[in-house]
Design a protein around this ligand. Structure first.
Ligand code: PLP
Length: 446
């Protein structure tokens, strides 16, 4: 009785990424109430800097109480309650572009007229697919990639994803041949390729792209007349921001501002990761293509950010002294956590890919597999979920082409819980007798 869209399987809800969450919900760890429960390490959430946000809120109560902070006082309640323009609050967009520059070290400036507000990056990514491709056309995406893309990019739009297979042999970097092979594969499948979709910094790798990769990517996109979508949702999590190159900088470095690629790259971002506010649903699309911005703005009616949230965040982001301190402190805390996990695992022979951003590590457990297969990976994942009590994310759910890699999140729990999870892993590894450090690709590891 339901539509094909409502009943089709391409949502990806049955992937191990979502199944792990369901198992966690049935038996969640709690220090006091359920100490042997499952620890959620499959959720890229940042809870490390809530104290900073909460102390700002305590000092700025007018931001949540609708008070107008002008000399006449009064309330902004009616204005916000009635506001329904899908262009968004101008003051919020102005502050948002300033913040985007700030987390990119002010090396690039953004124009608020080229910005579309959306309910999180989820909505931004889907809106872009609606605007850039017809059903049945394809985007090439480097693997491994965020499991949610199967839902966000494909499900309702009918757009296809063709993987660019990246390999551990070079730290999962994009190469010319990997892009060319993916393009050929799409043609063999009779799919018209409309663009390349990158995530920088990468989820699940926690790495940032270098200029060499950008050169390959941008040249290929120019040659084949493709769009480039760059999901930069993790830009504010880079531990040492000088290392981060946004696509906009990469294109400027190549002096391509006057070429046609200038209107064919599009940035997606949100405040879900660096500010740790996924519940507030604050996302955006940034593009130099005016027609795209006009279309996406109209489409944003289907996923707007509440005016109350826009108002609150315009106050918070407008406090430049606060955002500077927050961004710096948050990066420091994330790096400290990442080191805790990397060093903790290394002690009993589990290596992580060398990373410099994100809320997770990409860990190598190939030496714990029974065989070099995805069946063995799933078997190990189930053991870790049910016997060890950790919900981590198997590489296969991120479409990794090599079995044995897992994404492990470290920023959604307390230090004590992270220590407990490392302790559980140590006990597990020793119980199966694998305590030798894995030695291959050591230069790519933390
Ligand atoms: C790469 C990437 N893009 C988009 C999203 C969705 O983010 P949002 O909460 O802003 O919708 C996520 C969430 O994990 C992500 O990792």
């Amino acid at each position: 009785m339901l539509s094909r869209k409502a009943t089709c399987k391409s949502h990806g809800q049955d992937s191990s990424y979502f199944l792990g969450w369901q198992e966690y919900e049935k038996n969640p760890h709690d220090d006091v109430l359920n100490p042997s429960g499952i620890i959620q390490m499959g959720l890229a959430e940042n809870q490390l800097s809530f104290d900073l946000l909460e102390s700002w809120l305590a000092k700025n109560p007018e931001a949540t109480m609708f008070a107008k902070n002008n000399v006449n006082g009064g309330s902004i309640f009616r204005e916000l309650a009635l506001f329904q323009d899908y262009h968004g609050l101008q003051i919020f967009k102005n502050e948002l572009v300033e913040y985007m520059s700030e987390i990119r070290q002010n090396k690039v400036r953004f124009d608020p007229k080229k910005l579309v507000l959306t309910a999180g990056s989820t909505s931004a990514n889907e809106t872009l697919m609606f605007c850039l491709a017809e059903p049945g056309e394809a985007f090439l995406i480097p693997t491994p990639y965020y499991p949610g893309f199967d839902r966000d990019l494909k499900w309702r739009t009918g757009v296809e994803i063709v993987p660019i297979h990246c390999s551990s042999s070079n730290g999962f970097r994009i190469t010319n041949s990997a892009i060319e092979n993916a393009y050929e594969e799409a043609l063999n499948l009779n799919l018209k390729v409309k663009g390349i979709f990158i995530t920088n910094p990468s989820n699940p790798l926690g790495t940032t792209m270098n200029q060499k990769e950008f050169n390959i990517l941008i040249r290929f996109a120019m040659l084949k007349k493709l769009h480039i979508v760059s999901d930069e949702i993790y830009a504010g999590t880079v531990f040492h921001p000088k290392k981060f190159i946004s696509i906009i900088q990469a294109i400027k470095t190549l002096k391509l501002e006057n070429s046609d690629i200038w209107t064919r790259f599009h940035i997606v971002s949100s405040l879900s990761k660096d500010l740790g506010l996924p519940g507030f649903r604050i996302g955006l699309i940034y593009s130099n293509d005016e027609t795209l911005i006009a279309a996406a703005t109209k489409m944003s009616s289907f996923g707007l950010i509440s005016s109350q949230t826009q108002y609150l965040l315009s106050k918070l982001l407008g406090d430049k002294k606060f955002t500077k301190i927050y961004v710096r402190e948050n990066r420091k805390r994330l790096e400290k956590r990442q080191k805790m996990l990397v060093l903790g695992l290394k002690e009993f022979g589990i290596q992580c890919l060398k990373s410099n951003a994100g809320l997770f590590c990409w860990i190598d457990m190939r030496n714990l597999l029974d065989s070099d297969t995805f069946e063995a990976e799933l078997k190990l994942w189930k053991k870790i979920l049910y016997e060890v009590g950790l919900n981590i994310c198997p590489g296969s759910s991120c479409h990794c082409s090599q079995p044995g890699w897992f994404r492990v999140c470290f920023a959604n729990m307390s230090e004590e819980t992270l220590n407990l999870s490392i302790h559980r892993m140590r006990a597990f590894v020793y119980s199966i007798g694998h305590n030798q450090a894995y030695t291959s690709n050591v230069n790519l590891m933390n």
